[in-house]
Design a protein. Structure first.
Lengths: 230, 172
């Protein structure tokens, strides 16, 4: 259904050997197609009050300002037909300016920041817009291969307005030399599709004298696949 | 028409950010028959997948689409949990309505560059085979991977194998 109108699949494959963790986790059998109707419906509805004011400000986690380069991150969540994805949950998480997650599993010997936990959430407005105040995350080493470092990135989780729109992805920064070496980024087959995960510098969306502005738009699957599409 | 943004892995550090209070207790507007989906996820070597996030979505007990919850509650019909060190997760919910009761499951994890989508059917395999949505695999022995086993305390056990022998059926 709608295959003619749907752009090609931009996602990485399950098995991408350069990213070692895929080797034992990628299914090897072909995926089974479910009829579109079986996936239809409006999906989970986020209740009023679930997101609180201030949840989109990651710089207020402690008593003082976190270390690092403060940034205003704004953007729009749209579907492939250009329609805004309204009143939809956006959750983000990231490393601190030193490249350390406030997470028990992160063993990187870089300092934690008592004023930064790296967790935020918000709802998009009627035009699909979101806004976060945060700091630019640091790069960090990981054990995928020798001398491996992840490029600076912010994790994004989008619930969308239908199950078919659910997306978890990562936002990267333009000009980061680590991108060309990162198997997670490079797992996206098409170079143009990769570049849609780069934010862009937009100084005038920042806060004068305080925070740099960056913009990052995200495009979700078409809600047209959902007859109820509200 | 814009191109859809590509998926990337959830990675290993999502827990605090994605953890919802009582995320594994699925609510509905109406009462229903309480059931538990007790799942376990293993990889291609049979090792537990200890760092996955599991999301569930299903019909309400009356067979309709779950509606809007009130207050600061979680969304009706939706569950979100993480796996433990043994790869186990638990979703406490109500028996889904509809012809053949099932729970849609999405699995996110380090090493998964995009989510895996599957289903846990809370019904005998003879009924599962009759679900028109599964027509293409109704005759396959792999159908059994979608069927949870009822146990004591209205608990349904279900094992997900990401890869290899007994690999679970995943949906495109």
């Amino acid at each position: 259904m709608n295959d003619m109108a749907r752009p090609s699949d931009p996602d990485p494959p399950y098995l991408y050997s350069d990213y070692g963790s895929t080797r034992l986790r990628a299914p090897l059998q072909p995926m089974v197609a479910l009829p579109a109707l079986a996936q239809a419906g409006a999906g989970p509805q986020i209740p009023e009050g679930f997101v609180r004011g201030g949840d989109n400000d990651l710089t207020r986690a402690g008593k003082a300002t976190p270390l690092g380069e403060m940034m205003v991150l704004t953007g729009r969540i749209l579907d492939v037909d250009g329609r805004p994805v309204r009143r939809s949950l956006v959750e983000i998480w990231q490393a601190n300016a030193s490249g350390r997650y406030d997470h028990p599993g992160d063993t990187h010997d870089a300092p934690l920041d008592p004023n930064f936990h790296g967790i935020g959430r918000t709802l998009t407005d009627e035009e699909g817009r979101y806004r976060f105040l945060t700091i630019r995350p640091g790069a960090y080493p990981w054990k995928n291969h020798a001398f491996a470092w992840r490029p600076q990135h912010i994790h994004f989780s989008l619930l969308g307005n239908a199950p078919v729109q659910r997306l978890i992805t990562q936002m990267y920064f333009p000009g980061d030399p680590l991108l060309a070496l990162d198997p997670v980024y490079l797992s996206i087959p098409d170079a143009r599709a990769r570049e849609t995960l780069l934010c862009r510098l937009a100084p005038r969306t920042g806060i004068e004298g305080v925070a740099l502005g960056y913009e990052f738009d995200i495009v979700l699957a078409g809600a047209s696949a959902t007859p109820l599409g509200i | 028409m814009a191109e859809r943004s590509p998926s990337q892995t959830i990675g290993p550090f999502f827990h605090e950010a994605m953890r919802w209070a009582r995320g594994g207790d699925v609510t509905f507007a109406e009462p229903g028959e309480k059931v538990v989906l007790a799942g376990r996820i293993v990889d291609g070597a049979g090792a537990p997948v200890a760092d996955a996030m599991v999301e569930t979505w299903q019909l309400a007990p009356d067979g309709g689409e779950p509606g809007m919850a009130t207050g600061s509650m979680r969304p009706h019909g939706f569950g979100r949990v993480e796996t433990d060190a043994d790869g186990r997760f638990r979703i406490a919910t109500s028996l889904p309505g509809g012809a053949v009761p099932h729970i849609d499951v999405a699995i996110f994890a380090r090493g998964l560059l995009k989510p895996l989508r599957t289903r846990a059917y809370l019904a005998p395999i003879e009924r599962v085979r009759d679900d028109p949505a599964l027509a293409t695999i109704a005759a396959s022995p792999r159908l059994a991977t979608l069927v949870a086993r009822p146990g004591a305390g209205r608990e349904w056990a279900w094992e997900v194998r990401l890869q290899g022998e007994g690999e679970t059926v995943f949906f495109a």
